[in-house]
Design a protein around this ligand. Sequence first.
Ligand code: SD4
Length: 290
Amino acid sequence: AENFPLVIATWNVKESTAEAWRVLQDGKSALDAVEKGCNIEEANAEGQSVGIGGLPDRDGNVTLDACIMDSNGNYGAVVYLQNFVHPISVARKVMEKTPHVLLAGKGAEQFAISEGFEKTNLLTEASKKAWEEWKKTSQYKPIINIENHDTIGMLAVDKNGDISGGCTTSGLAYKMAGRVGDSPIIGSGLFIDNEIGGATATGLGEEVLKTVGSFLIVELMRQGKTPQQACEEAIGRIIKKNPNYKDFQVGYIAVNKKGETGYYSIHEGYSVTKYQNGKNENIPSDFYNK
Ligand code: SD4
């Protein structure tokens, strides 16, 4: 089918989608594509919400959440991981090398070291400065995120139409110590069902968790909704449950078995990057709050 292969990701991450596309062109799996694609953004010190350069929690710790899911329904994740540049690669190892699906904190760190990952300080000078500036007021309000770089959620469909996905983040800036978001949680930040499609999320994780957003989108597609309709309904669910939606952002992407895509957010400012038919494009998303 001409819709494959295909890569779609949250936000403006053209280098990440280009890398994933290249991996698919090499004939590698969608799983390899999402891992390698996400690795690019993780290593980008300028993106202040993923991997290196991620904004820290209130106490100055950069803590990472990531997960990966393949077309066989396998899943691996790490939560509250510190000091590693590539949490999504650690998540993949959890999936492939342990009898578990989710490792947290110290144990995740020990496992990463045992797999040969090297410890790195992730708090850049720029992020440290931003944190010190924030500490002066210590205002804790979730910020509507309109930056280009953010949590990267990525879905890839290989030439056979098999789907994988990944999601990696340093979470909300200045979150409470110990806070874990939606990104590493199966069904919330990411879900893949290779019979139907996949979805992933960005934005205020608490709202995605409460509505199990990515699983919801896949199930809506199972009922016959297009990826676009499914994303809109999942955003609608959040809006219906939380009258304060004006104060936070959530954005989704979805893909189905035909290689059709959808994306939607609460507020203006969200965009997605799609690589399909040899074209790598950053596309502004439609949104609810007009
Ligand atoms: C989280 N969903 O930890 C992530 C953060 C994010 O735009 O996507 N920010 O809640």
